[in-house]
Design a protein around this ligand. Structure first.
Ligand code: MF3
Ligand code: CO
Length: 271
């Protein structure tokens, strides 16, 4: 059994809660701005300004030379899409990924949006990917393992005919944006790092409509599906509590999706 400590003090957790509240506020704020014709650079600017106006620091700016507050990944872009002058078209689906810090402690979350009306296929992929995040989160409690989390995510993706991206994972988070442990979105039940109260990490599954293989573009950031199939991602920052979990980056607008998944799961348990 792998032992990873990663536990946070109450003081560190308060700062992570503050950072995570800013991140969830960004993701709530930006929805109405996602429209056909808007550039991803404009969306990034709005997110950047919100973080700064609310007393946060945009963690991605300067991270390994990255220049932007967000990653914006459109259609077949899996993750780490770089905001730019390209304008959204009707039907585009996109992930907006935001990391902010307060007093040196980080929060990290991402969500899917649509410019105009999505195709049935894009809507379904985004919904199933969000469900897979939720099913992973529902595994979290002291004594469970990261293998349980990955197994739940993978099973749900497979049930719907989607592949799980293996090359990018969730991660511990706190005083660094990326800490131990690595949080893979596949796994074997009972295996991997055992969860303990006070641990904080992200879960951020990327599901592809086609094959799981990805490729990094010449800009060294943008990750795309090798087969150009559609990809979706959702991410939260989680805390392991004494009895289960706390979603530090929870958004009030998620309630309906969360309740729907909980309802379905009560009828037919996943996996
Ligand atoms: N939010 C991304 C993650 O989940 C980090 C993007 S890398 C950065 O790991 F350079 F943009 F910060
Ligand atoms: Co992350």
């Amino acid at each position: 059994m792998l032992m990873v400590t990663n536990s946070k003090t109450p003081e560190m957790l308060e700062k992570m809660r503050a950072a995570s509240t800013i991140v969830s506020g960004v993701l709530e704020m930006i929805g109405e701005h996602v429209q056909p014709g808007v550039s991803t650079a404009r969306l990034d600017q709005l997110c950047h300004d919100y973080i700064v106006d609310h007393g946060g620091v945009p963690s991605c700016v300067g991270y390994q030379g990255y220049q932007h507050a967000t990653c914006i990944s459109v259609n077949h872009v899996v993750c780490h899409g770089v905001p730019g002058d390209k304008r959204l078209k009707d039907g585009d689906s996109l992930n907006i990924d935001v990391v902010a810090a307060v007093d040196g402690m980080h929060g990290d979350s991402s969500a899917m949006y649509f410019a105009g009306t999505p195709s049935i296929a894009a809507g379904r992929l985004a919904r199933v990917t969000q469900e897979s995040l939720y099913l992973g989160i529902l595994e979290i409690k002291p004594g469970a393992t990261l293998g349980d989390v990955g197994a739940a995510i993978h099973a749900h993706a497979q049930q719907h005919g989607y592949s799980v991206v293996l090359d990018f994972c969730g991660h511990g988070i706190g005083a660094e944006m990326h800490e131990e442990p690595q949080v893979c979105h596949v796994g074997r039940r009972g295996q991997g790092v055992r969860l303990m109260p006070g641990m904080t990490f992200t879960i951020e599954p990327m599901l592809n409509a086609g094959r799981s293989e990805v490729r990094v573009l010449a800009d060294k950031w943008t990750v795309v599906t090798k087969d150009h199939s559609l990809s979706a991602q959702w991410e939260h920052t989680l805390l392991v509590t004494n009895t289960g979990f706390e979603i530090l980056t929870w958004r009030p607008s998620e309630s309906a999706a969360w309740d729907a998944l909980r309802g379905k799961r009560a009828v037919a348990p996943a996996s």
